[in-house]
Every structure is written in structure tokens, then in C-alpha cells.
Design a protein around this ligand. Sequence first.
Ligand SMILES: Nc1ncnc2c1ncn2[C@@H]1O[C@H](COP(=O)(O)OP(=O)(O)OP(=O)(O)O)[C@@H](O)[C@H]1O
Length: 240
Amino acid sequence: MELNVTKLSKRYGNKQVLDELTLSFTSGSTYLILGKNGAGKSTFVNILSGNLNSDGGEIVLEAGGEEYDLESNAVFQYQSFNSFRFLKVKEVIHFFSTITVDAKEDPELYKLLSLDRIHNQLIENLSGGERKAVSLYLTFLLNKRVVVLDEPFSELDIEKKYLLAKHLKQKLADQNAMTIIISHEILGYQELFTDVIIMDNGKVLETGKTQDLLDKYPNSPFQGLEGVFYSLTGKYIEVS
Ligand SMILES: Nc1ncnc2c1ncn2[C@@H]1O[C@H](COP(=O)(O)OP(=O)(O)OP(=O)(O)O)[C@@H](O)[C@H]1O
């Protein structure tokens, strides 16, 4: 399955937030879209999810020459989860598994996210990190072919990020999912990504396999993806 985005544009007033974005995503790969605050990452995800209209461009999901509906094949996790405030965690999870045809429970992920410790609590009483954990679990429970995560691990501690990355890497490979992760920090989970897309000011500056990009920009004052980002933008982004 391939997701092809061609010349996607969005403008607010005088500001060109997305400037003819052209990208290709393939099943079995996990993409990091890396950019500083305001680069246009969330705008891109909001257009992908159908929450926002673009000013122009095309988004096509296809496999074997046939076109598929993105909305019914994709799941989007948002930066915060505030729905179902008066239900308990386990009730929300149960509800989602009953309304989903191919729901896929994952006891290991449940435990890794510490949901076994909070499953009797109301959503409204959860901390930001706990809400994020619930939304992450629901995202994978829906078992879709395209998974889009917006800052998925930002409120989790470093040990949890590392363990989750390990678990998700295997899980996403087994499911042959196409995973797109938007982030401006990747401390503890860099190994999850097979591909990196670097965005700045609404433009794609570079895309490629993580190792290829590291090899392509060897002379930066910073190491790793910080170095790649700095070589391309002249800006520092803290990622590891
Ligand atoms: N509704 C809006 N009206 C006007 N400007 C907007 C609107 N939504 C976003 N913007 C502007 O578009 C630019 C891109 O915003 P966007 O949220 O896509 O960035 P981002 O890369 O996701 O940043 P972050 O990492 O902070 O979430 C920013 O300059 C933002 O101020």
C-alpha cells in the first residue's frame, strides 16, 4: 500500500504553512516527520485526517493500482485525549473494541503503558501522560493499515519510551503497517524509525532512510539527527 501526497498547499493569510508538500509513504515503514514548532507538521496531519481542507494538492492511498479510502484505512492519534471524560479507562477500551470490526487487543502494550494500574479511573481524573497512554492504546486497538501519531510519547518517561519503541517496532513490522510519526523530539525511541522526513517552514527539505541521511551529512557540529537537521536548516533541534 502506498500513500502519495502531491503538491499539498495550505496558507493562512500571508503565511504559506504548507508549500507544495510532495511525499510518498509505503506499508512496512515507520516515518518520522521531524520539524521545529510551527514547521507545519500538525497542519499536514489535520489535512490527512480530513479535519482541515488544503488549498491545493492531492492525497491518494493506493495498492496494486486500486485506490482506497484514507479515512476508513487510517487511524490518527492526537496530541491530547479529552473524550469520554465520565467513563473509566477500561470502559472506553471495551467500547472501542466493540465498535471496531478487527479490534486487536495487545496485553503486552496494555501493561507497558501501565493501563492495568489505572483501568478503574475516570478519564477526567487522568494526568496528561496517562491520557496519552490511553489514546496510544486505542490507536493500536483499531488495527488500521495506516497509523498516524502526533507527538505520541511526549509525556512518557524515558524508560517507557525505550520499552515502547522496542515493542512497537516488532508489532508494526508484524502488521506491515504504514506508520507516520510527527515529532520534534525522539529521545529514547530513535530506533523505531526506518525513514525520516525533515520539514521546515512548510517545506520538505530532505527525506530518506535514517542511516542514509546520517551518512549524507557527516560534517555537522552535532551528532545523529540533530546534525542532519542542523546541516539542512542551520537550526538546532534537540532529538537525542
Ligand atoms: N488556524 C490557524 N490560523 C492561522 N495560523 C495558523 C493556524 N493553524 C496553524 N497556524 C500557523 O501555521 C504554522 C504551522 O503550524 P503547525 O501547527 O502545523 O506546526 P507544527 O509543526 O505542528 O508545530 P508544533 O510542533 O508546535 O505542533 C504556525 O506558524 C502556526 O502559527
